[in-house]
Design a protein around this ligand. Structure first.
Ligand code: SF4
Length: 398
């Protein structure tokens, strides 16, 4: 189960109740550590789209994207303490580790050792569970620090409005003795290096509980509304089959987006059009993935079949390839000619460059080694500027 899947309910068993649309909390065919109940990591989506809980329960698990696989791998590294080999990933994990210890020391009066990592907690009424990435706890003062790692580069709900962190804060109250203050914090090394912990006080536990239980109750209502949006639909398993998304895409006409019409739109309407386009892209990608999965499994899709895979030959041993060609045409296949046919991956060079510098006694971190490599190779390459990507402005916190 990847970190995004963890947000979602397990696929339901096809009981008559489920088919009749009466399912609320479902029985999983596979082992479900969440016992068919919502989890803290899915709380943000449930708050934005209450109907997503039941919609996802009707969908099969989705595959692991490259991003979610990386997130799962780096979470594992943080849990076990075995740092990744890749220099950039290692540096990101080391930064998370340094930040959490620094926060723990300052906020929890000198605590330096984690209380637990990736432990699953349940609330006292067993309505939901949650797995905090790491928890620091000062048993003398009752103060707690919970850190949540996000290894994506995309925007996440700010700490002040983050239902996942609020749910984890409530779980701390229910699972640790005499809790007093609870600090929650997002560490997102590839997006922002300025984490801002939020403080909850144990006296706010009732308000927290009411809020979280309210989200769960709304999600469990048989007619829980489906409310599409970029944030909630992004990783939703129901995206391809969601009737609300489909309706929104069908009612938006391409005719509306002529140049003349576009200039008449307000900035807010342009954002709406952009959000819809983003949703449409995600929806298309998910539908394509599902169609491909069906066709590969031999499940028919009317009018579609799988084309023949294209076979391309790829050199996996460039040094061996050079030796072979050079031994046949030593005067022609020179190192210069051969390397002119190769491309060099700077990010792959970063790893040995950093290792050699460390072995050479340099006290440099991965970022400094990267800078050194680019400076050293300045004459052998050039910077290419890409077309700027559209980015969302960060919401300002209260
Ligand atoms: S795809 Fe979007 S609207 Fe549909 S259930 Fe998922 S989050 Fe809700």
């Amino acid at each position: 189960m990847n970190k995004n899947e963890e947000n979602a309910p397990a696929a339901e068993s096809s009981t008559p109740e489920a088919q009749a649309g009466n399912i609320l909390l479902t029985v999983s065919k596979t082992e479900d550590v969440r016992g068919g109940k919502p989890s803290a990591s899915g709380m943000q989506r449930l708050a934005l789209c209450p109907g997503s809980w039941q919609a996802e329960a009707k969908c099969p698990p989705s595959g692991d994207s490259a991003d979610s696989a990386m997130g799962t791998r780096l979470h594992k590294c943080m849990e076990t303490g075995e740092m990744p080999e890749d220099a950039e990933e290692r540096e990101a994990c080391e930064w998370c580790m340094a930040m959490e210890i620094e926060f723990a020391k300052t906020l929890l009066d000198g605590v330096e050792t984690a209380h637990c990592r990736e432990a699953r907690w349940w609330d006292k009424e067993r309505k939901f569970s949650g797995q905090a990435d790491v928890v620091y706890y000062n048993a003398e003062t009752g103060d707690v620090l919970i850190c949540d790692y996000k290894f994506g580069r995309g925007e996440v709900a700010p700490t002040a409005h983050n239902h996942q962190l609020a749910a984890l804060a409530l779980l701390a109250v229910d699972n640790l003795p005499s809790v007093r203050k609870i600090y929650v914090c997002i560490l997102q090394p590839f997006a922002s290096r300025h984490p801002e912990p939020r403080l909850w006080d144990a006296s706010q536990a009732d308000a927290l509980r009411n809020g979280i239980y309210g989200i769960i109750a709304d999600a469990e209502t048989p007619q829980a509304p489906l409310t599409p949006g970029e944030k909630q639909c992004k990783y939703c398993r129901a995206l391809a089959t969601c009737p609300a998304v489909s309706l929104q895409l069908r009612t938006a006409s391409v005719d509306d987006i002529t140049e003349a019409n576009w200039t008449a739109l307000t900035p807010a309407q342009k954002l709406q059009a952009y959000d819809l386009a983003t949703l449409a892209k995600r929806w298309a990608a998910r539908v394509e993935e599902l169609v491909k999965t069906d066709l590969k499994a031999g499940t028919p899709v009317d009018g579609l079949t799988l084309g023949k895979p294209r076979k391309t030959f790829k050199i996996t041993d460039p040094a061996g390839a050079f030796r072979k060609l050079n031994s046949v045409y030593p005067r022609d296949f020179t190192p210069e000619l051969f390397t002119s046919c190769c491309t060099v991956s700077l990010s792959k060079l970063d790893i040995p460059a950093h290792r050699f510098r460390k072995a050479d006694g340099m006290s440099s971190n991965a970022t400094q080694s990267k800078e050194w490599l680019r400076k050293t190779l300045a004459e052998c390459g050039s910077y290419v500027e890409s077309e700027p990507a559209i980015e969302r402005l960060k919401p300002t916190e209260d």
